[in-house]
Design a protein around this ligand. Structure first.
Ligand SMILES: [Fe+2]
Ligand SMILES: [Fe+2]
Length: 152
């Protein structure tokens, strides 16, 4: 895979680790409510960060170049930009809700589990469909354009 794709995969790998920490903490939320909520908020913040925005921006640069090729765009990849925008909105709300004690543990837990599942499905589609397609189809000129606009 192209080195830029490798760096996106590395980011996914780090995020998968955070998602597994989130999964374990969600189980704790009923037992030690306030501290678990605070820890969950800190983990969720990393999905609503400058690094997350840069990751989305960089994937969208690659998608833009992929759209210029003759390669058909898979339906799961067609909407990744909309999904990125949706994740940003969802996380903004979720980060406020997770520490709002007027919202029950059950509701907060199910919101977080739902988000984690959506994010995991999104990243899996990128890993299995989008990245291999881009790696095969993008020319070195296309990669140069991507690299120029890449956010580090
Ligand atoms: Fe993405
Ligand atoms: Fe991604």
């Amino acid at each position: 895979m192209h080195e830029l794709i490798n760096s996106l995969q590395q980011y996914h790998h780090e995020k998968a680790h955070v998602l597994s920490q989130i999964d374990s903490l969600v189980l704790e939320i009923g037992k030690r409510e306030q501290s678990a909520r605070t820890e969950l908020r800190a983990l969720l913040e990393s999905f609503h960060s400058g690094a997350e925005s840069a990751h989305h921006h960089n994937e969208e640069l690659i998608l833009l170049e992929l759209r210029k090729t003759a390669v058909p765009i898979h339906r799961l990849i067609e909407n990744i930009s909309e999904e990125h925008a949706a994740f940003h909105r969802i996380l903004g709300r979720l980060n406020a809700r997770v520490v709002d004690s007027s919202i029950s543990c059950e509701v907060v837990s199910s919101d977080i589990i739902w988000f984690a599942r959506q994010y995991d499905e999104h990243a899996t589609a990128e890993e299995t469909i989008f990245f291999p397609a881009a790696d095969n189809a993008l020319s070195s000129d296309a990669w140069s354009r991507v690299e120029k606009a890449w956010r580090r």
